[in-house]
Design a protein around this ligand. Sequence first.
Ligand SMILES: Cc1cc2nc3c(=O)[nH]c(=O)nc-3n(C[C@H](O)[C@H](O)[C@H](O)COP(=O)(O)OP(=O)(O)OC[C@H]3O[C@@H](n4cnc5c(N)ncnc54)[C@H](O)[C@@H]3O)c2cc1C
Length: 635
Amino acid sequence: MSLSPAALRVLRVVAATLVPPPDGAADLGDQVAESIEGLPRPRDRAELDLLLRLLDSRVVNLLLSGIPKPFTAMAAPEREACLRGWATSRLPQRRKAFQALKRLTTVRHYTSAAGARAIGYPGPLGPPPDVPKPIKPLAVTADTTLTCEVVIIGSGAGGGVVAAELTAAGKDVIVLEKGGYNNETDFTHHEAQALRTMYDAGGLLATDDLGLVVLQGSTLGGGTVINYTTSFATPDAVRHEWATEHQLPHFETAEYTRSIETVAERLGVNTDQARPSGRDQILIRGLERLGWHHGLLPRDVRGCPQDDGCGYCGMGCRRGAKQSTLITYLQDAAARGARVVVNCDVQRVTIERGTATGVAARVGNYALTVRAKSVVVAAGSIHSPAVLLRSGVQLPALGRNLALHPATAVLAHMNEDVRPWTGTVQAHYSDQFADLDSGYGFKFETAPVHPSLQALAAPWESAASHRARMAQLPRTGLVGILLRDRFGGRVSVDRDGAAVVHYRLSSYDRAHLRRAIAAAAELLEAAGAQDIWLPLARSISYTPGAKRDRKDWLRRVDAAGWGSNQLLLVTFHQMASCRMGASATTSVVDAEHRVWGIRGLYVADASTFPSASGVNPMLTVMAIAHRAARIMASH
Ligand SMILES: Cc1cc2nc3c(=O)[nH]c(=O)nc-3n(C[C@H](O)[C@H](O)[C@H](O)COP(=O)(O)OP(=O)(O)OC[C@H]3O[C@@H](n4cnc5c(N)ncnc54)[C@H](O)[C@@H]3O)c2cc1C
């Protein structure tokens, strides 16, 4: 759906207010309109159209902003005041509307070559290499029906491992992947292109209230292609919790340990390639000065140069160092005869008389039907429950208990050249506060900051203030906060069948988040930060050592509010929405990954976690998938 002409006219003026010329391109509004057209849910596009038209209503602006003019007739300072009012409104709907426009516009601008260059971000390190594609996906050029023993939906951490293990056991396997086949040759390291081609919904997926940005890979290899390589084994305490509280004793067996060890070995997980980046040096310095825990991160890389220029893991590793399923398990599977179909959107599993019989999918304009003895759903924790819901599976726990590891960061202007987009993507972490209460708490890690993340994080109170934070990017340090959330959200589907993510941070988890923010600020102070700030809707910062100290800052943060769209939250880790358990009333799959009550239907990805893993989840997903494949192979 295209925007209506009236909405487009307002959007052009909104975009020019958020990022005015000469920084913002003359056609920035039209570029944003193109992004809106790419939003996955028709309802979101319609909502934005209505919002833009309302913004041009004299009456609405009089009532909400005290300015009795259409937006397009306001002078520049009035337009800024009007948008600021929306950003910090007490009404969640207004904040949501502002964030939608701010994110779309600023990310679009700063991920363009001109926008990025203007803030000192150099962009890619030359052109990508020319690397052949060893997997030969099946071309679907007409309505097609295929048959196989096992069809796997999704090719990420879960699907990739299952495909390799089942082909090793002699099974005839088809892998269906919604994303395209992108390899080193396609890793241009242009942020806009990477987001568009390798992230779900072009990086624009979010919770229904936009309170949490949902980042997940959508490309052959799934999240393993664009993730940050951190490869923690499932912690013993979490294994114990899953074994006892969820009555899944296998998590404490030697068999599960062997699955972790096997996948770690296949990926070459090691701690020898974790040379600290500028970001990590700040983290380590602060932790050491405070005497807090820190440790080296295990990574799934072979021959990572760890030189200062790189740091583009989130856009695909062009050096082939990251051991994603794309270059490990999927190649193993393809070499053993697995058929792979890319750009294939599975709509539903076909179920006849309580037995899964295959899937119905679309590949571009064509219908693809796959008939199979078994179906493995491994579409990730947002889309696996959505596929099952669209297939008519009815279980009370389906889509519920969604854990997100809500993440945010405390950021700082440093008196040193950080260039936070460079260097080892994540090298060190701290578990100082990982167990505040029954295994719940938070980890500190860093994350690469390319322009899109800074654009999301930087508060917008005026075009000039946002631009000033953007210009500080090369000297921006950060402490990333990864919260182990105890209380989850839910995935549902709308009437078009699209996944909808519902999540509100519980007061329990919010208390841990507040504690994390205070501790991260203390850490940055110890590391020598000049100016400390948060990704809030309001600009609330402090200079360590000055009169307005940390406590005062926290009071101002409290006053700004902890509701949705007041503090930026991002999820990189979605889990537990089809959780494994001991009963069909509280879980979706049994201990052998079988969907309760349906023969031949399995789930094998992060959605089967009984609860949040508390550590970056990839290796746990793979270990679980490894065990699941062994079980399926024996059936
Ligand atoms: C930027 C980023 C950085 C991260 N860094 C780390 C890290 O350093 N360490 C770590 O442990 N974890 C990290 N993660 C998380 C990790 O990558 C995921 O937890 C993991 O990949 C999840 O595995 P999965 O099999 O559940 O889903 P995914 O790997 O996401 O795979 C699911 C696949 O299913 C496909 N799919 C979805 N719907 C359909 C459909 N209808 N039809 C066909 N295919 C479909 C998707 O396109 C996707 O490719 C990161 C994630 C992101 C986004």
